[in-house]
Write a protein that binds this ligand. Structure first.
Ligand SMILES: NC(=O)c1ccc[n+]([C@@H]2O[C@H](COP(=O)([O-])OP(=O)(O)OC[C@H]3O[C@@H](n4cnc5c(N)ncnc54)[C@H](O)[C@@H]3O)[C@@H](O)[C@H]2O)c1
Length: 324
């Protein structure tokens, strides 16, 4: 049985706890949150030991893996402490607030031999996994151009309103837009050049739009959390290939060719537990998939090769260049 310690029991911690409760061979044995009631809520249905500050869990809990769902400005400090304690650490995205923190985390993982996965969850999100499969199959030729968009109501749910404090979250650029940047970098690598426009007035980096120029394709990536609470969260893409268009919009993944249009059906995994509902996410698929991958690697003592610490630091570095 793989023993999990989870630090941070807010929005994402609740999502992860629900996933762990649904993964075979995994037991949630320790939970930490400064808000005791949050940890107690997630402990329901488990025998988990409860802690306040995450450092108490790192010091005192008997665990095989540590999962860090803390506000971004705390990632580096807590993840590096966790790396000294266990061989597998999961840290939410963005990996850290600054490039220097990311580099320090890489150094610590090399020193300790700890395997670290970053919550760049889009790499595990069904529609995006299917897109990658289609592109890699080569059936419809090369990509000509692509557009990825992620728009969200303002995230007002954060503890101590940390998400809307750019100094602690990095704003929508680092927190939201990084999802698509990470995925685009994983598909196409770094562009030859790029041009970014971002919000000028009001909250810094609450709107970011980047055009990436490659030798043989162009990619646009737009992200914002400037929307009112009444607007639905949307994560969409349109990828134009030589012989088809793959489009994810309106809750459907579609394939358009000269022969006609067809929906690509994705079988969603049903979870046994009660699904956590809240915030801007209604589907647990990607979170479940990334944690199944992480737990499999930890259980088998294998290296993390997807959404690695290096990937997380590279994506952060790219976003920081966009926002400069
Ligand atoms: N992958 C995704 O799609 C996704 C979505 C949302 C958030 N996130 C990321 O997850 C992380 C957490 O975000 P969130 O939305 O869950 O925030 P949140 O504010 O809802 O939760 C953070 C929790 O950490 C607790 N906390 C703060 N300091 C602590 C400490 N020292 N010790 C123990 N607990 C402490 C708070 O009480 C709070 O419950 C962030 O890095 C965020 O960017 C990722």
């Amino acid at each position: 049985m793989l023993k999990v310690g989870l630090i941070g029991c807010g929005f994402m911690g609740a999502m992860h706890a629900n996933c762990y409760k649904n993964i075979e061979g995994v037991e949630l044995v320790a939970l930490a949150d400064l808000r005791a009631e949050k940890a107690a809520e997630l402990a329901k249905g488990t025998n988990a030991q409860l802690f306040g500050d995450g450092k108490e869990l790192i010091e005192g809990a008997d665990v095989d893996i540590i999962d860090i769902c803390l506000p971004t400005y705390l990632h580096a400090e807590y993840a590096m402490l966790a790396m000294e304690k266990v061989k597998y650490v999961f840290v939410e995205k963005p990996v850290a607030l600054t490039r220097e923190e990311g580099e320090a985390m890489l150094k610590k993982s090399e020193e300790t031999g700890c395997q670290v996965q970053v919550g760049q969850v889009i790499r595990f999100w069904d529609e995006y996994v299917e897109l990658r499969r289609i592109l890699e199959s080569g059936v419809y030729g090369k990509v000509v151009n692509a557009n990825f968009r992620r728009i969200s109501p303002r995230p007002t749910w954060g503890w101590d309103n940390w998400l809307l404090d750019t100094a602690r979250s990095g704003g929508a650029g680092q927190d939201l837009h990084i999802h698509d940047i990470d995925f685009v970098l994983s598909l196409f690598g770094e562009p030859q050049s790029f041009y970014t426009v971002k919000s000028a007035g009001g909250e810094a980096n609450s709107y970011v739009n980047t055009l990436m120029q490659y030798d043989d394709l162009v990619v646009g990536v737009e992200g914002t959390w400037d929307l009112p609470g009444s607007h639905p969260f949307e994560a969409t893409f349109r990828v134009v290939l030589e012989k088809a268009v793959v489009e994810n919009a309106g809750g459907k993944l579609m394939l358009y060719t000269n022969e006609g249009a067809s929906e690509i059906k994705i079988e969603k995994k049903a979870l046994a537990g009660e699904a956590y509902k809240g915030g801007n996410v209604s589907d647990l698929g990607g979170y479940y998939n990334e944690l199944v991958y992480f737990c499999d690697k930890a259980a088998g003592g294998e290296a993390i090769t997807e959404a690695t610490l290096g990937d997380g630091v590279a994506s952060l570095a790219f976003v920081l260049k966009e926002l400069k």
